[in-house]
Design a protein around this ligand. Sequence first.
Ligand SMILES: *Cc1c(COP(=O)(O)O)cnc(C)c1O
Length: 456
Amino acid sequence: MSHQHIEQLRRLDADHHLHPFTDNAALAKKGTRILTRGEGVYVYDQDGHKLLDAFAGLWCVNLGYGRRELAEAASKQMNELAYYNSFFQCTTEPTVRLAAKLAELAPGALNHVFFAGSGSEANDTILRLVRHYWAVQGRPEKFIFIGRQNGYHGSTVAGASLGGMGAMHKQGGLPIPGIEHIAAPYWFGEGGELSAEEFGRQRALALEAKILELGAENVAAFIAEPIQGAAGVIIPPDSYWPEINRICKQYQVLLIADEVICGFGRTGQWFGSQTFGIEPDLMAVAKGLTSGYLPLGAVLISDPVAEVLAGQGGELAHGYTYSGHPVCCAVALESLRILQDERIVERCADDTGPYLAERWRALGEHPLVGEARICGMVGALELVPRKPSRAFFADRGRVGGLCRDIALEEGLILRATWDAMLLSPPLVISRSEIDELAEKTWRALDRTEKAIAEAI
Ligand SMILES: *Cc1c(COP(=O)(O)O)cnc(C)c1O
């Protein structure tokens, strides 16, 4: 892009475009980055800089950029039938085929699908379906959802309320009534002197304590991400999820896995629920479902829950214009076909995943890194001032932001949550690209360390 072209776009952006999760005044001064094209694990910016996207867009471009098959699937469906709804006793072939495909892939008895346009909409749907599920069984008081502090379930009113992000609750009068939060199994930040296993068990027992406090007769469901993504890739200790399964069953509280990040191979198996042995009654998926090529979300529902909803539920007074959008479903089907045919999940589990884990854990040797954690193809580096102490930097978030900006100068896209550097590359990343990722990350850490030393 010419200098003039870039300046024009930046001015128009500053004048007319409000960016999500952005200090828009600060961005308007600085000027937005403009991405122009992508190929494999790389994207290119306005100046032609080639960037290794170690964050897969926003945890979603699992097949990498530039897959012609996905563009062709969209084009074919658009030419045949660009849109029809699922409201009026109708559907389209890609919608039906995708529902059946998801039922085949999903673990356990998750055999029914409600389509939404995004992860947020999937979670909004879950809130309504679950409360309706209890109400039609004559238990409308079973109404309260329990989520987790710093959980992320999207940005709609219900999604942001179910989530536990303080900054989001401050805007717009959230959370809505009937939603409670418990602490997360964040051992690095909050585990103190406890072993990870003991801490994981305690944080699971916090759910039981909360249910007893509220009265199990009032609690509809517990919702959680298998690995907490936006909170900083919090990988729970092994002791956590088995205990959560037990508690939900014991108190008749529906268990909801938000697999918007973990679904479709991210953790080394098809679903995070399989990696952690979670037995969910409902599951939210989005992001990797279409590899981010088109927006699509879905709620997967177990046989017993679907039986109640379809049996006694009467007319379901819920739905989106784009529920089951045929073009989005066609792209999702093609994306899942590629994942299966190219055995990408298996490759992540047996080959590139273990290799990435080895290279990523080696970054834990760096003086700035207090912990290098990873599960499958998702991980984090905790940056700390004085390892081996797990104490945070005093002004949390500054060093993480600095490291992210330096990484970008090195041609690497990482995300920072406070001072944790987050990793979530396209699942198709090769061994040599993993080498490049690890080398660039090490250089960014070195330069960050120097910059901190110079600032003192
Ligand atoms: C991204 C995300 C969502 C929200 O999905 P959108 O498509 O942005 O609405 C929900 N849950 C989790 C775990 C996510 O990471």
